[in-house]
Design a protein around this ligand. Structure first.
Ligand SMILES: C[S@@+](CC[C@H](N)C(=O)[O-])C[C@H]1O[C@@H](n2cnc3c(N)ncnc32)[C@H](O)[C@@H]1O
Length: 252
């Protein structure tokens, strides 16, 4: 049995020894090689295969999301949501903006299938999802292929404290910046003040311009709060009285 086959389906391993100058590549299980497929892993490659792409099929769409997957014009706006969870925002957004296209990224099979199932059940053909690691986003999209990007409540990596695993870091942000079309934005929300303050320093090292930021979206967010969709995780945090840190970055 290969090393990959012996891992649990959702296990993620980061290549912590990667050279600093190289993109930090992750290693995830290959769905095709899973010794014990379950209903979610099977749905990914069968029922939803036209809209849900495993880690082997997803990169084949690089540069062709509009032409091959969505079969829309190259001018059509296409957004990306990183870590869709159960897909509440994913489906809400696709429904609210039917003329935009949305590609989700999710590492875990169950939330991935929940997300695409939710969208497809509502007839939202403007959505697709990939089982992929956010650190490898540049293998999925060409420079200038993407419009807006959403990163809502990514794992904060505070316990255990492993800032190297945080998705909102200067290297990933710079890759995302290059992938975006001019005039696009990136929205980042987190319940973790520690992650947010750390991320602000990372953001300073990128070409992004800050359109708006605050430490408490619900008290200081104004029109950003009014336009806000409360995600599944956000609901839990707000109920617990935790402040929601928010920043909107733009690529001029
Ligand atoms: C805390 S949940 C937030 C879900 C959703 N965005 C929300 O606000 O309700 C974080 C999600 O990101 C996914 N995730 C974590 N690390 C990831 C990675 N490196 N690449 C892609 N998805 C990841 C997790 O599986 C989980 O579903």
């Amino acid at each position: 049995m290969s090393e990959d086959q012996s891992r649990k389906p959702d296990e993620i391993e980061n290549d912590a020894d990667a050279e600093a100058s190289q993109p930090r590549r992750s290693r995830i299980n290959i769905t095709r090689l899973l010794p014990h497929p379950n209903a979610y892993t099977l749905a990914l490659d069968n029922e939803y295969r036209d809209y849900a792409f495993n880690e082997e099929r997803a990169p084949l769409n690089k540069g062709q999301w509009r032409s091959s997957v969505f079969k829309c014009s190259e001018d059509a706006p296409m957004d990306v949501e990183v870590g869709t969870g159960a897909g509440m925002h994913f489906a809400w957004y696709a429904h609210k903006f039917p003329k935009r296209y949305l590609v989700g990224l999710e590492i875990k099979y169950k939330p991935l299938i929940q997300s695409i199932r939710r969208a497809q059940a509502q007839g939202l053909r403007n959505t697709a999802i990939c089982r992929y690691h956010a650190f490898d986003l540049d293998l999925l999209f060409e420079k200038g292929e993407v419009n807006n990007i959403f990163i809502h409540f990514p794992d904060p990596w505070v316990t255990p404290r492993k800032p190297k695993n945080r998705v909102v870091n200067r290297k990933i942000l710079s890759l995302l910046y290059d992938m975006q079309r001019p005039g696009s934005f990136l929205e980042f929300k987190t319940d973790s003040r520690e992650y947010f303050l750390w991320a602000l320093d990372e953001i300073k090292e990128t070409p992004y311009k800050v359109e708006f930021q605050c430490l408490d979206l619900y008290k200081e967010g104004g029109s950003y709060f009014e336009a806000n969709y409360q995600t599944t995780f956000e609901k839990i945090f707000v109920r617990q009285g935790i402040e929601i840190n928010y920043i909107k970055l733009v690529k001029p």
